[in-house]
Ligand binder design. Structure first.
Ligand SMILES: [Fe+2]
Length: 593
């Protein structure tokens, strides 16, 4: 049985394909059309999904969409009627959504096929049920508490659910305009981070702040029963899309969220690219602090209703890895399964899995143990790409590739590591990664100056052999998808200085041999040379979506000052006549701070 899952006309459009209930392939459209967070129709992702399993759209039995414009309709109408100025907007939005519901026509057009030939059954699933489904059905559990939270989706910002067997029973929803995601976005925007998806950056800024505004910021969002409410006086009226607009060309745009009251209390909003003042850091600190307080209030309320140790979680806010790392200290939950694509691209697999298990009552379960669901490329394709780029490459056996790559990392060079299937979700987890030494004091500056050009306050992440996690980190719950931040043990902070954030934490990826043998063996080879079972891992890109194809990886290698490229079995160094090569010195390069 073939089920195609879709997230469409929403940020991070994506497609996924299930064969007999198993997710065989999944990809966000941005990786293919190279437009970050693209929110149109995922035509390329659909084609790639079908190609990956050798199917045609006419073979597909079910198409499931992680969006249902009819869900929570009464709430939407009530909201529109409460403010006559919103009614016209509401009607326009409904008309647009109706056009988008015609999945059959959209697929027929995208795949250039007669609509009448499409025999699949169509399913629309409420946004947050799809989020919960994306986590629960991929988890190993038969019973769990389900939780989803984000800015908004189908007029809801938060969902609590009981997950048992094949079923997801919704216990509670928090409706718009009340939204923990919007609270976070509003303050990010106030301190100058105005693009969709900037929230993750500001999370890295928060520990530079101090407790100056926590009491003030706490007034913006307060607990209410098992949920919470916003004080809307701090917000501009955002409409039922909560200030997020997808333009006709698929660009995702944010409207201004903050009202004049924010300005009155905290002064002028920071302009993007202006210097970051202490006030901005203190606001980031207070925002993250309050976010966590409300998050743990919600989780503790959920646990009281579902006293399980297991928590299955998704939604854009579930990418807040700092909050995730504190779940075990602040709630009774003892195990988390957080969907690697916790953001809206994950809706594609959530909707598809929900159709399989809940609608079609199929019980066979496939735990999603790794995130390598994207495309891979043959050796001959990689070789052709290298030749076309005029690069001199050596082909190495597996053992030699690992040894030489580990040696390059150990001596301070920056390596592009392109192997196997691309990751699903926003994190590079060892298949489309740039890897480097985690213990060189200047490595963060080197990476930023040469390749990444990121804000000075954003930390780089460590990948650690799972067997050594307890020696290096204060928490031992695994973090296979780089979605937990834990404290680094004091005695290990020096060894991990390039990935140790200002608050002595790291957003770690725990790596097991079972999940990714090649990457595990690379870290092991580095461990043998240096005594450190950790490498620095950042996504393979330069201000663009993570590279997908060999050509994109090679282009990134050539246009940046990366030293080495290990692509499939091929090993390319700039020292071999492929351009400039500059070993990282132990002295910091020109810093960004
Ligand atoms: Fe969402």
């Amino acid at each position: 049985m073939l089920i195609l899952g879709l997230n469409m006309f929403h940020a991070d459009a994506s497609a996924a394909i299930l064969v007999d209930g198993e997710v065989k392939f999944a990809i966000a459209e941005e990786r293919l059309n190279r437009r970050k967070h693209f929110g149109g129709f995922p035509a390329l992702a659909v084609r790639a999904s079908l190609d990956a399993v050798g199917a045609k759209i006419t073979d597909v039995d079910h198409v499931a969409v992680g969006q249902d414009s009819d869900a929570n309709l009464i709430k939407k109408v009530q909201y529109a009627l409460s403010n006559p100025a919103k009614i016209l907007n509401f009607i326009k939005l409904r008309q647009r959504k109706e056009a988008m519901r015609d999945v059959r026509s959209l697929l027929a057009e995208a795949l250039d096929i007669d609509r009448e030939q499409l025999k699949f059954q169509e399913h629309h699933l409420e946004h947050h049920i799809a989020h919960v489904a994306s986590a629960y059905y991929c988890s190993p559990w038969e019973k769990a508490a389900g939780f989803s939270y984000d800015g908004s989706g189908d007029f809801v910002s938060t969902m609590m659910a009981r997950c048992e067997g094949n079923d997801i029973e919704v216990l509670d929803r928090v409706f718009l305009p009340h939204s923990l995601g919007s609270f976070y976005t509003m303050i990010c925007e106030f301190i100058g981070y105005t693009k969709y998806g900037d929230e993750g950056k500001v999370m890295g800024l928060a520990p530079y702040g101090k407790d100056a505004y926590c009491d003030e910021i706490a007034k913006i969002i307060t607990p209410k029963n098992d949920g919470f409410q916003l004080d809307l006086g701090y917000f501009k009226p955002l409409g039922s899309n909560q200030g997020m607009q997808v333009l006709d060309d698929g660009t995702v745009k944010l409207a201004r969220h903050s009202s004049a009251r924010m300005e009155k209390l905290f002064g002028e909003p920071r302009k993007p690219h202006a210097e970051i003042a202490q006030r901005d850091m203190d606001l980031a600190f207070a925002m993250q602090h309050r976010f966590e307080e409300i998050f743990f209030h919600l989780l503790n309320g959920l646990h009281a209703r579902i006293p399980q140790a297991e928590l299955a979680m998704a939604g854009g806010c579930a990418l807040n890895s700092v909050a995730n790392g504190k779940i075990f200290d602040r709630t009774p939950f003892r195990q988390t399964y957080i969907q690697p694509a916790a953001g809206d691209e994950g809706l594609a697999i959530g909707a598809a899995l929900h159709t399989y298990h809940s609608v079609l009552k199929q019980s066979r379960r496939h735990e999603l143990k790794n995130s390598y669901l994207g495309p891979e490329f043959s050796e001959s394709r990689i070789q052709s790409a290298l030749q076309a780029a005029g690069l001199h490459a050596r082909k190495l056996e597996r053992g030699a590739l690992l040894e030489e790559t580990a040696e390059q990392i150990a001596c301070g060079n920056v390596v592009g590591w392109f192997q196997g299937r691309m990751e699903w979700g926003p994190r590079a987890l060892g298949n489309r990664s740039i890897v480097a030494h985690p213990g060189l004091p200047n490595m963060k500056d080197v990476l930023n100056a040469r390749i990444k050009h990121r804000e000075w306050f954003r930390p780089f992440a460590p990948s650690i052999l799972a067997d050594y996690q307890h020696e290096y980190f204060e928490r031992d719950h695994p973090s296979p998808f780089m979605l937990h931040v834990y404290k680094i043990r004091p005695e290990k902070r020096k060894a991990l200085c390039a990935v140790n954030h200002v608050d002595d934490t790291g957003r770690l990826q725990t790596v097991t041999r079972e999940e990714n043998p090649l990457y595990y063996d690379l870290i092991s080879a580095f461990h043998r040379k240096t005594g450190i079972p950790v490498i620095l891992n950042t996504s393979f890109n330069e201000n663009e979506p993570i590279v997908c194809t060999p050509e994109e990886a090679i282009d990134c290698f050539q246009r940046t000052r990366m030293d080495v490229l290990a692509i499939g079995p091929f090993f390319v160094t700039k020292a071999d006549g492929n351009g400039e090569m500059v070993a990282a010195s132990s002295q910091p390069e020109r810093g960004h701070a």
